[in-house]
Ligand binder design. Sequence first.
Ligand code: ADP
Length: 272
Amino acid sequence: MSESEKKVILVTDEGIRTDGRKVDELRPIKLEVGVLSRADGSAFIQQGGNKILAAVYGPRELHPRHLALPDKAYLRCTYRMATFSVDERKSPAPSRREIELSKIIKEALEPALFLEYFPNSVIDVYIQVLQADGGTRCASVTAAALALADAGIPMRDLVTACAVGKADGRIILDLNDIEDKEGDADIPIAMMPQLKRITLLQMDGHLTEKEFQEAINLGINGIMRIYEMQKRALREKYLKIREEVVGAEKSEPKAKNNENTNESKSKGDEKE
Ligand code: ADP
């Protein structure tokens, strides 16, 4: 496409993007752990316009049984977009894209899990995209890793993901929907941040070797920032539980004291 045919300016000469971000800026991210009480582990991520829920069940008995693996748990990831998650109603039937994304999300998470501890069983990871705004596979990996940790699945490390790309000749971090569709390149990256091992790397578009190197460095930089948010979200959940336990312990003797006071009061009343 020639420059004159190009409709949208994604990055201005000053380096400002359509949503006002700088080229190396992440979208606002909100992470919450333990949002579903029925699941063994769960997490919610809001990253820009993306709103995604991840729920983990298991390890549990696997059906159909013939899928069972004798030496490790079977990790089953199911990525789905809600019919109302995009502007035009999405068909509720699983699309080829959803099947592909389920597979690559599974492959991004698997290296971090000690699946060998649970032979013949299944760990189910359900990912539901409630609102999509570009980069849902990366946001899904980030949320699913938190949900797995919340479920208490033994892990070597968390997994964190973020996309980088190129638009108007600039390398940009954390692409939104329009940048994903109209930009020149899109590279989703997932990695185990402590172990520094990349578990997902895809590329759509063209980059020179130098641009690719710059993109990977920027992507890793973004991943490390999201990783800090993941750890904070996990800590927040357990701090909340601790506060509840400590609060309950503190109020217990009080309740007993109250009982005693009530008792003596009623005894006093009797005397009167
Ligand atoms: P990712 O969400 O990981 O970037 P894609 O590159 O396939 O995956 O999709 C880019 C974006 O395109 C999605 O985040 C979503 O906003 C949009 N999109 C995906 N599927 C549809 C669809 N069926 N209808 C409309 N928009 C869609």
